[in-house]
Design a protein around this ligand. Structure first.
Ligand code: SF4
Length: 431
């Protein structure tokens, strides 16, 4: 739906609207037109005595058919629609092949720097002092630049979770920044301000911080430490070979457990490192239509589960994250099929934990998603401003999703810990 066409139609219908009022109605009409494939006249036909209040009421009722009557007025978020075609994501299949590789002087002689030189012979290599800004002005061009650096400050921290959400005692080491997949809901597209892939060459210094640290355990038997907040834990592992350092380190510390979180099947390093009972390799899983439509360039569910079986055979335990669960017509049948495929494929006794979290995003991320993925279907759901300032499905819709999926997972995998992630504490404690 062309924005200009909507604006013209509204101006014809309600010629005296102020800027802010028009902005709200344009957004509502745009979202309805995109979801329902309707023309402006079908969405808001001319009627006698139509005014702003009446038009907004008609449009809100159409846009939020499930929640219109129960949501508070201030839960509807109707910012100006700003679509910038220059920001649209490039969904042409491609391999990771940076054009420019910057290597900080302090790590130029490390094994990672040497591997990167061998892996990308076509790239232009530049040495940097670590102070010069690198990368593209555009997030969509982030894969053009790779920076190998020495992390100096940000080694180990408790998972920030979401303000006010139920925590799970997670601790993070951030081994890298940036990802070569294009998940439409990825928070990095709004969060990452340096548009490049960053990989630290001093993993030994990250690991050294762990021995002296004290950890929260949360609801688990041992503290959990993981990578994969600002990148996928394994997507670059063939280049970084972080797993070759991490696995032996944790194997020697059975009082801790480490989690790799991934959607990739890049498991060669893990298989070579040999298994460890306290190293959990977790896959983000989803309903097949969501993987197809919204997780661009990621391996499909069956490939992820096959990789999981291989690492389980090598001696690792497994984790799975149903995150984000997306609510749409028929979603329960699709998620049930994913659970069924997992049940048929995986060694059940190797599954340590499964988390569940419904789709949520910040206001800024919503704008990024709609401008980078104008054909997305994720945003067609009914998202309301929620307890932590993020946009979520209504409490009723989330409860329905959890009441369906959590018992199903607990029944299918009785030995796994099944928990909710980033959820309102009063909802989390119901499960
Ligand atoms: S795999 Fe994770 S880090 Fe990579 S694009 Fe998807 S959500 Fe973002």
């Amino acid at each position: 739906m062309q924005l200009a066409a909507l604006e013209t139609y509204l101006t014809t219908l309600l010629p005296k609207l102020g800027v802010n009022k028009q902005r709200e109605l344009v957004r509502l009409m745009y979202e309805i037109a995109k979801r329902d494939q309707k023309s402006p006249a079908q969405i808001l036909p001319l009627e006698k005595n139509l005014n702003f209040e009446r038009a907004k009421k008609i449009l809100l009722a159409q846009r939020y058919p499930v929640n219109y009557k129960t949501a508070r007025k201030d839960q509807f978020y109707l910012p100006k629609l700003e679509l910038d075609p220059a920001q649209t994501a490039d969904l042409t299949p491609r391999s990771f092949s940076p054009k420019t590789v910057y290597i900080e002087t302090s790590v130029k002689d490390t094994p990672l720097a040497a591997r990167v030189r061998r892996a990308f012979p076509q790239a232009v290599f530049k040495e940097t002092d670590g102070k010069t800004q690198v990368g593209s002005p555009y997030f969509s061009k982030r894969l053009d630049t790779l920076l190998i650096h020495r992390e100096k400050y940000d080694f180990l921290k408790p998972c920030p979770c979401s303000c006010g959400s139920a925590g799970c005692g997670y601790n993070l080491i951030n081994l890298g920044f940036g990802c070569r997949f294009e998940c439409e809901y990825c928070f990095l597209q709004q969060y990452q301000n340096l548009h490049a892939v960053l990989l630290p060459a001093n993993v030994d210094e990250f690991l050294a911080k762990i021995d002296g640290a004290s950890f929260r355990t949360g609801p688990f038997d041992r503290p959990r430490i993981g990578s994969g907040e600002f990148t996928d834990s394994l997507v670059f592992d063939d280049i970084t070979q972080y797993s070759a350092q991490i696995v032996p380190f944790f194997r020697a510390r059975p009082h801790l457990q480490f989690e790799f979180k991934t959607k990739s099947v890049n498991i060669g390093g893990l298989l070579q490192a040999g298994g460890a009972e306290n190293v959990v390799v977790s896959w983000s899983v989803n309903a097949a239509p969501i993987i197809d439509l919204a997780e661009h360039f990621t391996p499909h569910l069956t490939a992820r589960l096959q990789a999981a079986c291989e690492v389980a055979r090598a001696g690792y335990r497994l984790g799975f994250h149903f995150d984000p669960v997306v609510i749409y017509d028929g979603y329960q049948q699709d998620y049930a099929l994913t659970v069924e495929e997992m049940a048929d494929t995986l060694p059940h006794d190797k599954i340590a934990w499964i988390s569940v979290g419904t789709l949520r995003f910040s206001r800024e991320l919503k704008k990024q998603i709609e401008t980078r993925f104008p054909a997305n279907t994720l945003l067609d759901g009914e998202f309301l401003l929620d307890f932590d300032g993020k946009m979520r499905y209504s409490e009723g819709q989330r409860l329905e999703a959890y009441r369906f999926l959590v018992p199903l997972l607990r029944k299918t995998f009785p030995k796994a810990v099944v928990y909710l992630c980033m959820e309102d504490p009063h909802i989390a404690k119901l499960f």
